[in-house]
Design a protein around this ligand. Sequence first.
Ligand SMILES: CC(C)(COP(=O)(O)OP(=O)(O)OC[C@H]1O[C@@H](n2cnc3c(N)ncnc32)[C@H](O)[C@@H]1OP(=O)(O)O)[C@@H](O)C(=O)NCCC(=O)NCCS
Length: 429
Amino acid sequence: MLPLTIMMTTTLPYRDYNPDTDLQPLLQIFREIGWLPEGNKNSEKAQALYLEAGRSLVADVNGTPECLVSNHDASLRYQNTDLPLCIIGGVATSRVARKQKLASRLTAQAIALDVIERGHTVAALGMFEQGYYDRLGFGTGPYVHFCRFDPTLLDIDVEPRVPIRLTDEDFEQVHQGRLNRLLPHGACSIHHPEVTHADMLTRSNRFALGYADPDTGQLTHHLCGCTGNVHSGPYDIKWLAYRTREEFLELLALLKSLGDQVTSVTIPEPSGVQMQDLIKTPFRRRSISMKGESETGVRAIAFWQLRICDLPAVLGKTHVPTSDAVTFNLSLRDPITKYLDDETKQKWPGVGGEYRVTLGKESHAELVGPDSGLPTLKTSVNTFTRLWLGVQRATGLAFTCPDLDAPESLLTQLDHVLCLPQPCVDWMF
Ligand SMILES: CC(C)(COP(=O)(O)OP(=O)(O)OC[C@H]1O[C@@H](n2cnc3c(N)ncnc32)[C@H](O)[C@@H]1OP(=O)(O)O)[C@@H](O)C(=O)NCCC(=O)NCCS
């Protein structure tokens, strides 16, 4: 049983992570929850790097850290604008402190501190399950397609040059290559290079190959993957970083060149690309490989979530490519408020409120209360974030989100104005 003080207090007893004293107890938690395969020294190093590259909060129970939340500074590409983003990269509670609301409250607190102290206007995370982070105002992103194919069946006529072999010691230039990549709408980029270092160490049999500019020596395009079976695959490509169509095709050609040995390769489908266009006889190969280790095909999963943390700031940077604009009352509910400490709530209570919103080439949101001459959209920050980002159209969200209430004519107008490409995070977190 936890001390009564933890369960009843309105102020969460949290503090900053101290690498000198907290790392070992936290590694113990990671072992308990399956984040550290036994005996993999690289994973421990990766976790330590990952924690140090961000800001982590811990909550103690009986003098030992039993709950952790770690955040990273990042950017979110919205059309052609970058917004300051906080990535919640790790949330964990040990076996002895579950279901005391420690993780929910510590995550809420970590988001609030990032908004107050670092000016982050949006927050994102990868979810372990749908529903948990909805309580903190997060809305689910679109499906990400993971395409597995036989690399010899890539229908491309490109001769790849001899690539550079990249190891974890090259993490700084690999990281820079990731930041310099072609950024689609919705792309997230974590700022600290040690995060890429950790990413390159986490998995066994990691490999990275790329190409550099002969004049500057700077990495232009590269790929990074891992495999449980080096001999014949499948190979799992974690990311592809490129700036142009030619660079993208050269990376695919490089994968094709591994096809004498590797029977299948998985890549996250890049934004704006339908991978099946580039694969010969995909249905025949799928039938042949079905139920085998190298089964080809496409797996779709919506694993990331996002929320707006500062509505006026976000809409001030929203320039929708439309000739029309729409103005309406927005009655916004934010469920995070009840998880925040009383003191924190004074500075940032979430984004709930009665706004007047305009969406168009110039957009804005003002906390001015309802205008009786305007139509009203009532919803949660979870659903409004999905609408704003272009995850689904307003009329589609109205089918599945009971918390969205608006006149049909306003929903149709929003469909017309918010005509955005499907957001693609293009970074696993
Ligand atoms: C997920 C985890 C962090 C939650 O920690 P916790 O401190 O026990 O969480 P909280 O006490 O804040 O929340 C637990 C509540 O969430 C509820 N919950 C859990 N999953 C949920 C879901 N998918 N949808 C809605 N509610 C959910 C639980 O039923 C519980 O509700 P109750 O208190 O009314 O019984 C913990 O289980 C853990 O460390 N798991 C392993 C690591 C992991 O998966 N981390 C998340 C990475 S994204």
